[in-house]
Ligand binder design. Structure first.
Ligand code: G1P
Length: 289
């Protein structure tokens, strides 16, 4: 079945970015001049996704405004001849059909995904996590969909992480069955340091079959007292085949301050309108360190 739908959980409190996220959703914090969530929505749209469900929560209204049409602003930009800005804004509201549902309580990623049960309509769907921004030639999700088209079952987006970082992620154990492809046998969410079954971490991209909802119904609170998607996926892997794909691309953990700063600097350097002046500035400042 074709992957047409994507779910983007965006209900988290953004505690790691307080006080910036006191009144602004963390997904709206910009990398250069574009909210992080827009990079994720653009990746989904560029991968052929037609419908996106964003799981929001209280205090997240700015997200809906961002992806909506902005009549007043567009009229003003048109009147003043600022047509570049106008077309930038128009592109945002035409990226995909975006739907919203509110997760009323912060009970974990698994609980957030369960809010998408009605949206999936029994079709396999993609999940993209907003803290993982991936810069790649072929959009990360398009690579995942390619893999799904070959194996016809759930595929998790993974990359290898150092030992010191395994306790931050969902970690898989499995067999390598092809170039960059693993067959998943088991998974563990945020294993205690030194106990991870491998260094292969799930990094914010998933294609999931709809049986996940039955698994989520049976999932009890796990790591951090939350309903974990990893625990439900572990259950799903026992019922049907599951693969993990080591996607190609530079992934930024924009949920951490270091990852956010790296993304900001590297994305700015890639921008033709900023590159020259900004790289000259960086060269100057590095000499003073
Ligand atoms: C979530 C998932 C985890 C995954 C990670 C990727 O954790 O629970 O399995 O490896 O995203 O970024 P979080 O970072 O939300 O704690």
């Amino acid at each position: 079945m074709k992957i047409r739908k994507a779910v983007i959980p965006a209900a988290g409190l953004g505690t790691r970015f307080l006080p910036a996220t006191k009144a602004i959703p963390k997904e709206m914090v910009p990398i250069v001049d574009q909210p992080t969530l827009q990079y994720i929505v653009e990746e989904a749209a560029a991968s052929g996704i037609e419908d996106i469900l964003i799981i929001t929560g209280r205090t997240k209204r700015a997200i809906e405004d961002h992806f909506d049409k902005s009549y007043e602003l567009e009229t003003e930009l048109e009147k003043s001849g600022k047509l570049d800005y106008l077309s930038t804004l128009q592109k945002i509201s035409n990226l995909a059909n975006i739907h919203y549902v509110r997760q009323k309580e912060a009970k974990g990623l698994g609980h957030a995904i369960y809010c998408a049960k009605f949206f999936s309509e029994n079709e396999p769907f993609a999940v993209l996590l907003g803290d993982d921004v991936v810069d790649s030639e072929t959009p990360c999700l398009a690579q995942m969909i390619d893999q799904y088209n070959n194996c016809g079952t759930s595929v998790l987006g993974v990359q290898t992480v150092p030992d010191s970082e395994t306790s931050k992620y969902g970690i898989i154990s499995g067999d390598k069955v092809g170039d960059r492809l693993y067959r998943v046998h088991d998974m563990v969410e945020k294993p205690a340091p030194g106990t991870a079954p491998s260094n292969v971490a799930v990094l914010g991209r998933y294609i999931i079959t709809p049986d996940i909802f039955r698994c989520l119904e049976e999932t009890t609170p796990g790591a951090g007292g939350e309903i974990q998607l990893t625990d439900a996926l572990k259950m799903l892997a026992q019922k049907e085949d599951m693969y993990a794909y080591d996607f190609i691309g530079r992934r930024y953990d924009v949920g951490s301050k270091q990852g956010y700063l790296e993304a900001t600097v590297e994305f700015a350097l890639k921008r033709p309108d900023l590159n020259q002046e900004f790289s000259n500035y960086l060269k100057r400042i590095v000499k003073t360190l």
